[in-house]
Write a protein that binds this ligand. Structure first.
Ligand code: ZN
Length: 432
């Protein structure tokens, strides 16, 4: 049969690695649950990072744990504005250096930060007390993405348990700030970490992410004209209502951008690539006063072929135009306080992609499928700014960022097998 690529690993090596993942899987699941018990919300990641650093050290990796200094990354083109303290923002990288170091190098990257839980009373069980039910592992951050992050270490364990030693250097990165800026991954780049390829096991349903959107966060402060509520029909302008009118204009803009999707390949094939999300709102100070101010915090998706500067200009002009409905009032003030990066379309990644296809086929017995994502990951940082071909591939997850988040345990096992095979074929292996 001409033209068919041979898989890079022989059957015996493949089988030994697959079996080694199975043999270690109970320990992997226990470790993942331990990691999920850390409520590593933004600004509170440090204890979980210490736990990761210990797990890396226990495997003989050399561990680099450092606090992100904003001044060290501020001038980088991938820097996203920071509106919070980085006093507890620690990254951890564990490095495996093989004796001859003559294989291809690899970054395995995952984020330790998790998003807030929402009302805990609506969870079946407390969000940071993980449990297993019907083949799912429940808890905040299990799917997004501690199962994948833990899996990187256990995939490595499995290769060695199979009696093999990777021939290329491997960097295990546990980063902060993925859910808000990307500055954690950026700090790894700035510190000098690079490799021939990267793999990020985000929960993308056992698919390879072909493209991901850019992301922008902004805060819009909308002035009103405060007055006594009894005069609201004749006096005053309600800042909350004014904000809402501007938000409706932004929703129109979202629809306009989605209608142009065919002009932004590969997103013509996506149902609804651009998502604007009004994520936070606060306004008013007294129930009987017409609100003087309203603040909205908004996340927008940006086509990968657009610069962030372009997206900002379009948004700012839409806001300014909508604000003209109240000509006597000061215009809204827009500030940027988070995500601030273009998207990423997988390019120049043919070699690692081929290896991932082999690995997926071997573990699942089915071909790897592609995914166009309306979300974004740190591959955006490593791929665009680090020029590292960056694959996003990981397990099936339910209700990421929602109530009763869970990750499919069988999917974690299989995708860990894929990562282990990927390590072996990409880096090359020799007998221990
Ligand atoms: Zn994630």
């Amino acid at each position: 049969m001409g033209g068919q690529e041979p898989a890079g690993l022989d059957r015996d090596t493949t089988d030994r690695i697959l079996a080694a993942v199975d043999a270690g899987f109970d320990a992997q699941l226990a470790f993942t649950q331990e990691l999920m018990r850390f409520a590593s919300l933004r600004g509170r990641e440090a204890p979980a990072q210490t736990f990761m650093a210990q797990a890396m050290a226990a495997r003989g990796l050399s561990v680099d744990r450092w606090k992100i200094e904003v001044d060290a990354i501020r001038d980088h083109p991938g820097f996203a504005p920071v509106a919070v303290s980085y006093d507890e923002a620690y990254n951890v990288v564990g490095t495996y250096l093989p004796p001859d170091n003559d294989g291809r190098s690899l970054i395995l990257n995952g984020h330790i930060d998790v998003v807030p839980t929402g009302p805990e009373a609506r969870w079946t069980r407390p969000p940071f007390e993980p449990y297993v039910k019907d083949g799912q592992l429940y808890g905040r951050g299990g799917g997004d993405m501690k199962a994948g992050l833990a899996g990187t270490l256990f995939a490595f364990d499995a290769v060695r348990a199979a009696g093999l030693r990777p021939k290329g250097q491997i960097f295990f990165q546990s980063v902060v700030e993925e859910e808000c800026t990307g500055n954690g991954a950026l700090a790894c780049l700035q510190r000098g970490y690079t490799a021939d390829a990267a793999l990020i096991p985000e929960p993308v349903h056992e698919c390879l992410v072909r493209a991901q959107m850019g992301l922008l966060w902004f805060k819009m402060t909308v002035p009103g004209d405060p007055a006594h509520a009894s005069g609201a029909y004749t006096a005053g302008v309600n800042a909350i209502e004014r904000s809402w009118a501007i938000w409706l204009r932004l929703k129109d803009l979202e629809a306009e951008w989605n209608a142009q999707k065919a002009e932004h390949p590969p997103y013509g094939a996506h149902g609804h690539p651009v998502r604007f999300n009004l994520g936070k709102i606060s306004g008013g100070e007294w129930v009987s006063s017409v609100p003087a101010e309203c603040v909205m915090e908004i996340r927008v998706g940006v086509y990968p072929d657009w610069s962030i500067a372009h997206a900002k200009a379009v948004i700012e002009s839409a806001i300014a135009e909508a604000a003209l409905a109240d000509p006597g009032l000061p215009p809204p003030v827009v500030t940027y306080h988070g995500f601030h990066n273009p998207g990423y379309v997988l390019a120049g990644a043919e070699a690692p992609e081929r290896v991932l296809r082999h690995s997926h086929q071997s573990a699942f017995g089915a071909p790897l499928e592609d995914l166009l994502s309306s979300a974004s990951t740190d591959a955006r940082i490593l791929g665009v700014f680090g020029k590292i071909p960056s694959l996003v591939y990981g397990p099936a997850c339910n209700a990421a960022h929602g109530i009763d988040e869970s990750v499919d345990i069988e999917s974690v096992r299989r995708t860990t097998q894929v990562m282990a095979l990927f390590i072996a074929e990409w880096c090359g292996v020799e007998p221990l």
